[in-house]
Design a protein around this ligand. Structure first.
Ligand SMILES: [Zn+2]
Length: 161
């Protein structure tokens, strides 16, 4: 997607929802990172030696099932983001007339018709933001760690407490 088209998508979003420009910028940055495959996902962080494995820390925090945190997993299967996925794929189908099962996430991110839906989906999730520290697991009440409270290393994108 060209920068202009993305800016336009963001601009119409801001008019509609009054999301601060700085927050939009961060969402756009995550969008580009996901598109290029360099977002802070389990698979990417493992490939860059920043995590020992690539399991999904949202739906499989103890790494029991060994579910890989890929882009496809995050946008299609991760139980943590079901609501956002449902909305995303309904909008994608409306915009492109292609059903979820027939689409790869890489193709979706490259398709400008899907960008507003993808941006809204990202805005509503922590996908591609910070990874929790490796030793961090969910607390005993079963709530997830507050990823926004972590300091994220600027070089590696990995969070520490
Ligand atoms: Zn997951």
């Amino acid at each position: 997607m060209s920068g202009d088209a993305l800016t336009e998508a963001m601009y119409s979003k801001r008019k509609a929802s009054r999301i601060p420009a700085r927050a939009e910028k961060r969402t756009a940055a995550r969008f580009y990172q996901l598109k290029s495959g360099h977002a802070l996902t389990g698979v990417y962080l493992k490939s860059t030696d920043n995590r020992p494995d690539d399991h999904c820390w949202w739906c499989d925090p103890e790494n029991i099932s060994g579910t890989q945190q890929t882009r496809d997993h995050l946008f299609k299967h991760c139980s943590r983001w079901k609501d956002q996925q449902t909305e995303l794929w309904a909008r994608v189908k409306e915009a492109t007339e292609r059903a979820k099962r027939k689409r790869r996430v890489g193709g979706l991110l490259a398709d400008e018709r899907c960008s507003p839906a993808a941006l809204d989906c990202l805005w509503g999730t922590y996908v591609g933001r910070a990874a929790p520290p490796v030793e961090e697991t969910w607390n005993s009440e079963g709530t997830r760690p507050d990823l926004y409270s972590y300091r994220v290393c600027r070089r590696t994108g990995v969070a520490s407490t």
